[in-house]
Design a protein around this ligand. Structure first.
Ligand code: SAM
Ligand code: DTB
Ligand code: SF4
Length: 316
């Protein structure tokens, strides 16, 4: 099957809703046509600038709008960040992702520091990813020149459900940022969140927007909501693992070449549920004790899981 960019909502819903094992089988079949077998990427995430964000994303513990336990911090030092990247490399990561709780990238010393961090991470031979909110063309260009591999900016949910989750910036703002990233020649890391009270149709619509990009995002993070105390979504129940598997599998079918990253929310998943996600085409995880402000699976548990499943880490 050739890679398509013209998927429709009914087609995607039909994929999502088919019997689970048919869906996973189809996803794994496509996965094996485009990716090495039994291979997974480990990406380590750090928070360079935490908390105090001007946006009101309803899921986010870092938004200044909500009374969460997250405290605003200063921007981390370049040296400290590069040292963390070195440590992540020694532990087996091949991608290093740096997060800033910003509505948009700011100019000045903090942007110069961001460029230095990118150069430092690249010098270690790691892929470098930044997520720092909206950016303009000149900033995207300067990040590209510093060697940035990918910029992460998520759509989070469907265009229809979006204003239930965020009102301080629009879906179109997000699309514009993604276009700047693409124009600068930096790869696009763009995905969303499951478990925020959205319908199955919203999930299909999110995937539709991603799968009608041409080219597709090189990397698609799939986050299961981490319901954090103090946020408007604090009382959401963890999403059923099979629904997450369905989303991962459908993303794999629609975007055969993308890296599908099982991102936030793995601490709620059993080893078996994670294995099913890998079967469904997931080929990247966040690796390290912490995501940005919340806990991740432990390194020991992840190593054990990969060993038990016979998954190999590597850049292929
Ligand atoms: N401020 C930047 C932005 O919004 O693009 C970068 C950081 S932001 C924390 C990156 C992404 O993390 C969000 O777009 C969202 O998809 C995900 N995220 C944040 N909080 C989450 C949560 N509690 N559960 C699941 N995913 C979350
Ligand atoms: C993405 O899609 N998920 C990551 C990364 N991109 C930046 C962030 C997850 C954050 C989970 C909540 C927290 O730890 O603050
Ligand atoms: Fe800010 Fe990003 Fe959190 Fe939204 S998701 S509140 S933009 S840090």
């Amino acid at each position: 099957m050739s890679t398509r960019h013209d998927w429709t909502t009914p087609e995607i819903l039909a994929l999502l809703q088919q019997p689970l094992l048919d869906l996973v089988f189809q996803a794994q079949t496509i996965h094996r046509q485009h990716h090495p077998d039994n291979n997974i990427q480990l990406a380590t995430l750090i928070s360079v600038k935490t908390g105090g964000c001007a946006e009101n994303c309803a899921y986010c513990p870092q938004s200044a709008h909500y009374p969460t336990a997250v405290e605003k911090t200063a921007i981390a030092d370049v040296d400290a960040v590069v040292t963390q990247a070195q440590r992540a490399k020694e532990l087996g990561a091949t991608r290093f992702c740096m997060g800033w709780a910003w509505r948009e990238i700011r100019e000045g010393a903090s942007f110069e520091a961001m460029l230095e961090m990118v150069r430092g991470v690249r010098q270690l031979g790691l892929e470098a990813c930044v997520t720092a909110g909206m950016l303009n063309q000149s900033q995207a260009q300067r990040l590209a020149e510093a060697g940035l591999t990918a910029y992460n900016h998520n759509l989070d949910t469907s265009p229809e459900y979006y204003d239930q989750i965020i009102t301080t910036r629009t879906y179109q703002d997000r699309l514009n940022t993604l276009e700047q990233v693409r124009n600068a020649g930096v790869t696009v890391c763009c995905g969303g969140i499951i478990g925020m009270g959205e319908t199955e149709r919203d999930r299909a619509r999110l995937l539709e927007v991603l799968a009608t990009f041409d080219p597709h995002p090189e990397s698609v993070p799939i986050n299961a909501l981490v319901a954090v105390t103090g946020t408007p979504l604090e009382n959401q129940f963890p999403v059923d693992a099979f629904e997450l598997v369905r989303l991962c599998a459908t993303a794999r079918i629609l975007m055969p070449k993308a890296r599908i990253r099982l991102s936030a929310g793995r601490t709620h998943l059993s080893r078996e549920a994670q294995a099913l996600c890998f079967m469904a085409g997931v080929n990247s995880i966040f690796y390290g004790e912490k995501l940005l402000t919340t806990a991740n699976q432990s390194i020991d548990d992840d190593r054990q899981l990969l060993a038990d499943l016979g998954l190999k880490v590597g850049v292929v």
